[in-house]
Ligand binder design. Sequence first.
Ligand code: PLP
Length: 354
Amino acid sequence: MTEALAISVTKAERSKLQDINLENIPFGKYFTDHMLEADYENGEWKSVEIKPYQPLLLEPSLAALHYGQAIFEGIKAYKDEEGNAFIFRPVDNFKRFNKSAERMNMPVVPEEIFLEGMRQLIDLDRSWIPAKNEHSLYIRPFMFSSDAMLGVRPSETYKFIIILSPTGPYYAQPMKILVEESYTRAAPGGVGFSKNAGNYGGSMLAASQARKAGYDQVLWTDAFEHKWLQEVGMMNVFFMIDGVAVTPSLEEGTILEGVTRASVMTGLKEMGIKVEERKISIDEVVEAYKAGKVKEVFGTGTAAVIAPIRELNYKGFAMEFDPATFTVSTNVKKWLSDIREGRVADNHDWMWKV
Ligand SMILES: *Cc1c(COP(=O)(O)O)cnc(C)c1O
């Protein structure tokens, strides 16, 4: 696409903002006044519109509902103390979104729509970005196949949408995690690295069963031996073992490449902590735990940023950790929040001004 795309803007007649208390908001439940919608047809993106947030009118034969070509992203926008609005690392999410699109045989979304459209949409709804500590505006870009046709084949038409949801502090309760040994989330050659809707549909039963057994989430393991560690629910996982931060490597394509994971690795290195991205087995963790070498275990993701893990259960063996003693994850979380909320300089070009 060479020409700049014209984005048509229709403003809401009345803002819903006055009806909502931004002090006390559950995650993902309230949406701002506007949304962005674009359609892909005959090989190109067209009719890019910003318009009042509203329901979609869809055919029951909508391809996405039957065959699952559907992908999404999760990004956050912040306001600094002067009221300037910034989006955290949206270019990384843009690239990841198009990687997911390619894997799911969907068209890529051009930068003018994904990034510029997002910037314009957030500019319009900027009064919805909470300015308080630990508050942010959650951005949800997504795309799905929109052919009204039951044949199993890649759709010819697609819809790309961005919606925005103000969010408060996510008090990440320390988690109790079950190491998953029966179900599989992702295998080499599959779609584990993509943020496609089906990955979440496929993981809900394991998570529900773990919840019934008293856990918050599962720690996924590899498909063949249920031994190599992958990630925790919708978060990447880190272990502090003998002073080294270890996180599972990405090369098999079975793990989502988290932007928070990458940011945390940068932060840890700047704090002088050695980081290892490599294969890590549950047996290694159990052995290190028994030797008293595992000091912290935590998950990383856009929603919670960093979530401490207080118990890891493998075959009935409970490894317990005391999040009150976690120093590395607490420091890296503060380091990241300070950058995101504008309290310290952004030396990495992570904050994208709206
Ligand atoms: C989104 C997601 C993550 C975290 O990625 P961030 O970019 O840090 O938000 C980790 N695992 C899975 C499965 C995810 O969907």
